[in-house]
Write a protein that binds this ligand. Structure first.
Ligand SMILES: Cc1cc2nc3c(=O)[nH]c(=O)nc-3n(C[C@H](O)[C@H](O)[C@H](O)COP(=O)(O)OP(=O)(O)OC[C@H]3O[C@@H](n4cnc5c(N)ncnc54)[C@H](O)[C@@H]3O)c2cc1C
Length: 447
């Protein structure tokens, strides 16, 4: 059987969600997957990395006993972390459960690397699959390996090695100060690795508010993590250790973790009218990329997040089914860097809003009652408003991602700033900081 209603190319969070919906709606669906059904998120991304982070945060909390609740002696041990990742998150990197789930719904799973060889046509090995309605491309992303002298000849790590490691290196250089790099840097540092983060941009988390990156850099330095910003690695050598030339110094470490962004592969897509030399597949709000072609997930470049992939996959599936569906709206894309403190952000940064030509007002707070009670000074809430509504917001703190949730509602629903100012904020929550930031934004203390 090689004729289907729909072919889904890539079964990560974007493709898996859409393929399941299409099958449940009664279409015949061939899902082509070269790796594991589920993609990066459950096996080498979100889920295992958050298990590692949970363990590292527990260590961080235990080390805070001193000064707040007595004394503590903490002996980190990686083995329970590796075991949880291996057995609970990644199911020993076996996708049988996910594959069975799809096939039990009635889906047709085709293992192997698929190439788009014509309109509504995908070739996998010597098998040519055809789709009556169309093709959903959800091929995701892979790590960018920067073109640095010597790097490609060395046994560097990517996120996959970091997540599946059974031991903690004595020292580590993390190349890239974005969300993934920072999360993993803090994990390994808290488990005893001597970590250096090298980031070419002037601040960490360069896509977010600079204040957030500066705060995380301060926290990292306080924890003993070396942070170099505005510095590029120019040369990598490996004998029994890595030697990375960064600026005018050579930094040595047992392990080099490369987390310098993600890239897509659009090879072959010109046969369906998609330009191959672009970074991402442009789509309309209904995730249509070309005649009979939809795209979802990292490959669309609208934010490398599982929730974006799920959201787009759902819209694409409903559109393929011919159902009425509101088009994708990216004004309130939420994102969280799960460091300790967490960095939650939604919508535009101040710089992005200004670059869009918006007249912007900003309100910031860096202290609140709950933070003081909690024993931390490392907090930030920054609100960016334009035309009476929030267009972006950032919350850094022990529950930054959760605080951001309230702000995401405000950005998404265009809740007037005056309405936000008139409501009550429970005392003494972390999210009460929103009220202080609003006071500063409106420059008034009157509700
Ligand atoms: C360490 C790490 C931590 C992360 N943490 C989070 C987080 O906390 N929250 C969050 O929202 N996101 C997180 N992400 C991002 C998230 O994993 C991705 O955004 C998400 O997996 C994207 O889903 P996708 O369907 O677009 O692609 P992917 O998950 O990349 O899946 C694409 C699938 O397509 C397959 N494929 C590709 N090409 C072909 C082909 N030609 N033929 C057949 N199969 C093909 C691949 O094998 C893969 O299985 C993290 C990522 C990493 C690396």
């Amino acid at each position: 059987m090689n004729e289907f209603d729909v072919i889904v190319l890539g079964m990560g969070p974007g493709g898996e969600d859409a393929a399941g919906r299409l099958v449940e709606a009664g279409l015949s669906v061939a899902a082509v997957e070269a790796g594991l059904v589920g993609g990066e998120c459950p096996y080498w991304g979100c889920v295992p990395s958050k298990m590692m982070i949970r363990a590292a945060h527990v260590l961080g909390e235990a080390r805070r006993v001193s000064g707040l609740a007595g004394s503590s002696a903490v002996t980190p041990d990686w083995s329970p972390v590796a075991k949880r990742v291996r057995e609970e998150a990644a199911d020993n990197w076996d996708d049988k459960a996910a594959a069975d789930r799809f096939e039990k719904k009635g889906g047709h799973l085709v293992r192997g690397h698929g190439t788009v060889t014509g309109p509504r046509e995908v070739t996998v090995g010597d098998r040519v699959l055809r789709a009556r309605r169309g093709l959903l491309i959800s091929t995701g992303s892979t790590p960018v390996i920067p073109d640095i002298d010597g790097l490609s000849e060395t046994p560097y790590w990517t996120n996959r090695d970091a997540v599946s490691t059974e031991s903690v290196p004595e020292s580590m250089i993390v190349l890239g100060g974005g969300a993934i790099g920072l999360e993993l840097a803090q994990v390994f540092a808290r488990f005893g690795s001597r970590v250096t983060v090298i980031e070419a941009a002037p601040s960490l988390l360069s896509g977010e508010e600079p204040e957030a990156g500066e705060l995380i850099a301060k926290v990292f330095r306080d924890e003993g993590i070396r942070v170099l910003t505005g510095v590029s690695a120019s040369r990598v050598r490996f004998e029994d250790r890595f030697a990375v030339t960064a600026g005018d110094e050579v930094i040595e470490a047992e392990t080099l973790l490369v987390v310098a962004g993600r890239k897509t592969d659009l090879t072959g897509l010109s046969v369906v009218g998609i330009e191959e030399n672009q970074k991402f597949i442009p789509t309309d709000p209904h995730m249509r990329a070309a005649d009979g072609v939809w795209a979802a997930g990292d490959v669309t470049g609208r934010g490398g997040f599982t929730h974006v992939a799920n959201y787009q996959g759902r819209i694409a599936a409903l559109d393929i089914l011919g159902e009425e569906v509101a088009g994708a709206d990216y004004r309130a894309v939420p994102r969280v860097t799960y460091t300790d403190p967490e960095v939650g952000a939604v919508g535009l940064t101040e710089r992005q809003a200004r670059d869009e030509g918006l007249a912007v007002t900003v309100g910031v707070t860096t202290a609140g009652a709950r933070d003081w009670i909690h024993g931390t000074k490392d907090i930030l809430i920054k609100l960016v408003a334009s035309d009476g509504v929030l267009v972006g917001a950032t919350a850094v703190g022990p529950a930054g991602g959760e605080v951001m949730g309230a702000l995401a509602v405000a950005v998404h629903a265009r809740v007037p700033v005056m309405t936000l100012r008139s409501m009550m904020y429970a005392y003494p929550t972390f999210h009460r900081g929103i009220e202080d930031a609003l006071k500063n934004l409106l420059n008034q203390d009157r509700p």
